[in-house]
Write a protein that binds this ligand. Structure first.
Ligand code: ZN
Length: 168
């Protein structure tokens, strides 16, 4: 296995710690009750049930199913709930982890970071900086910077359901 493939395998294990056979259903309602921003949030009526489950209840869409997984179009990814710009397509890269990956947010404060202890080891949850909608998790220091020549060694593992791409 070459270095890149080893990193892909490691990435998958870090994103979903535990054995590969764990049913994804187990994650579908893995919500972090510690974070309660959702109490005052207005949820957009146009959101699909899946989008609401992800953004509000912090569910994770099934891997390799998201609308933006393989998207290479140029534009800005906005919050599907409140329309805040979150990620530039320039920061998107292929981590083969089953979800869209970005190395940084579009601007400081666009997203917020929260400690998520719902699975061990603890992960860092990322949310929309404006409405608090759940986006996914961020993983640091996995080696992407060196391997793919990225400016930062961060992988923002984001549910497509949380995003709305506005193409240039
Ligand atoms: Zn939002």
């Amino acid at each position: 296995m070459n270095k890149l493939n080893r990193l892909y395998a490691l990435t998958l294990r870090r994103t979903f710690p535990g054995t590969r056979s764990i049913a994804l259903a187990r994650y579908l309602h893995t919500s972090n009750k510690m974070s309660s921003e959702s109490n005052d949030v207005k949820w957009n009526d146009a959101l699909t049930p899946l989008q609401l489950m992800v953004l509000k209840d912090k569910a994770t869409e099934r891997p390799n199913t998201g609308a933006y997984l393989h998207t290479k179009d140029s534009g800005v990814y906005h919050c599907a709930n409140c329309d805040t710009p979150l990620y530039s397509s320039n920061a998107k890269f292929d981590a083969r982890c089953g979800w869209p990956a970005f190395y940084e947010e579009v601007s400081p404060g666009a997203i917020t970071y929260h400690r998520d202890t719902s699975l061990m080891p603890a992960r860092v949850e990322i949310c929309c900086g404006k409405c608090g909608g759940h986006l996914g998790h961020v993983f640091e220091g996995e080696g992407w910077k060196q391997l793919l020549n990225l400016p930062k060694d961060s992988r923002h593992c984001v549910n497509s359901a949380s995003l709305n791409l506005k193409r240039d």
